[in-house]
Ligand binder design. Sequence first.
Ligand code: F6R
Length: 589
Amino acid sequence: MCGIVGYIGNQNATPILFNGLKRLEYRGYDSAGIATIDSNGISIKKSEGRLCNLIQIASSECGNIGIGHTRWATHGCPDAKNAHPHLSQSGAFAIVHNGIIENYAELKSFLSIRGFTFVSDTDSEVIAHLLDYYYDGDVIEAILATSSRLVGSYALGIICRDDHRLFAIKKDSPLVVGLSKSEAYIASDMQALTDKTRDFYILDSGEIAIISIVGGLPKIRVMNTRGKTIQKDTYRAEAEGETADKGDYPHFMLKEIYEQPAAIERTLKAQLNAPLPFLSNIGGMHIIGCGSAYHAALMGKYVIEALTGMRVNADIASEFRYRNPRLQSSDLLLAISQSGETADTIGACLVAQNKCKTACIVNVPESSLTHIASPMYTYAGSEVAVATTKGFTTQLLNLYVITLRLLQKRGDIRAKLLQDELTALPFAIAKALELEGQIKNLSPIVASHETAYFIGRGADYASAKESALKLKEISYIHADCYPAGELKHGTISLIEKGSVVVAIATDQALLDKTVSNIIEVKARGAFVIGISCFDISHVCDKLISIPQAQYTSPILASVAAQLLAYHVALARGCDIDKPRNLAKSVTVE
Ligand code: F6R
């Protein structure tokens, strides 16, 4: 989703802003822009589409202070006029904004009556004009007055023509300040800056950062919206690891698929014996997330319920937060999010706060979710491809570790078997990755269709849902997923000669039932691709044989399906790492 970068120092801001924006490209965007202060005041350049369009028109911009933005359109179409930064009417302020100003219509009419004219269709432009409206020479006063009028979520980068400081303010949307020896930066995501610095202030909601260069050194003052100075500690980010570039891989997605054995091993090493105090004395669980994280939650429900007998509910976060869920004080709300910044997941977590225990499975250190629920980290490393792969499977790993803990607490003998299997999982995934050649060979069959159906039962259903999402988001093939027994209750009317059906069948106890469902679609002419650890070749047109595993085979099936989605998207010539309309971190509802 939208990305913010800002710079203050002794160098030309423009290439530094471009570099930061480039590092945020993975979040998804459809236009971009920068604003710098030079001797003539604030200069703004914006363009529709990819960053290279902006670089073409803005490379000669200069100035030692600047802000930049990649926009993922919400209010107003993705064109240059709606791109950020937005300039205030007098030209005194430029702002970049992440989030949504919910009362923008009311503010727009307030400002219009007072002579302000709007050039964009965005909610964000009101912020620039409000700053003008309240400005009488004191930038901080103008920011405080403006923020008091805003309803909604915002991370803002602000520059003022008359002032040699860089300003940032946060409410709900993520924002950090990075410091190096002689320069300072702001960004919506540490990853924008980790090639420049590892030292950050992570702003909390309601905090304003005022950043200046004094005697060649960066100086930062953080205050709250009542103007009171706040003492904050810096956070030292991990050194840049394996994820800085694609290496020899053609796409980040493929690289991240292949990083799964190592990511699983790292996560297991960290979590196998880590204390998980949020698990003590719980009577039931609500696991929530969005998109793939919801699919992980669903798989968690099947696995934890089946193995431990605990009452587990899995919910889509955006639904859970508004359906007035019944929570008991002995419940655990477990939120799952790779980014830790997904607005609906945070919202759902806040609904449960003070009613029951809250914990979260998160990949990004110090992300917003980790400040409102006890974090159980995944150690996937940073994920750049928009479609999650190692993020998803490490979430599943943590859910299996939770299952293991619950079994151990009860002295259940299956704990030992599960632990052994988890320890062997990195090898099993590496084995599943060896199927790539075979999967690549069958990908043209799927690539030539506009629809595909996915079926599975139990935890395989969760795996099939994730597999369908993976295919549709990167290949733009419509992929529909059903519990295998459900297809005949309506959707089977769509199955005709040649329809592609991907059937995941890894559960011995449900195998005969799933095989019957495969036979039903085959009888109607479907072309069936099976993903299984059993020999079901007699009912499939093609079989992807994944390694045998008693508990974790749905994870291995997911890995095979990631490779299938990847090769189908490749065969269709899609932009795999940056699928259209999608954002990596969905920070608005
Ligand atoms: C799909 C995908 C999304 C995310 C979802 C939640 O490949 O990546 O469906 O899973 O947007 O994101 P997080 O996990 O960051 O909360």
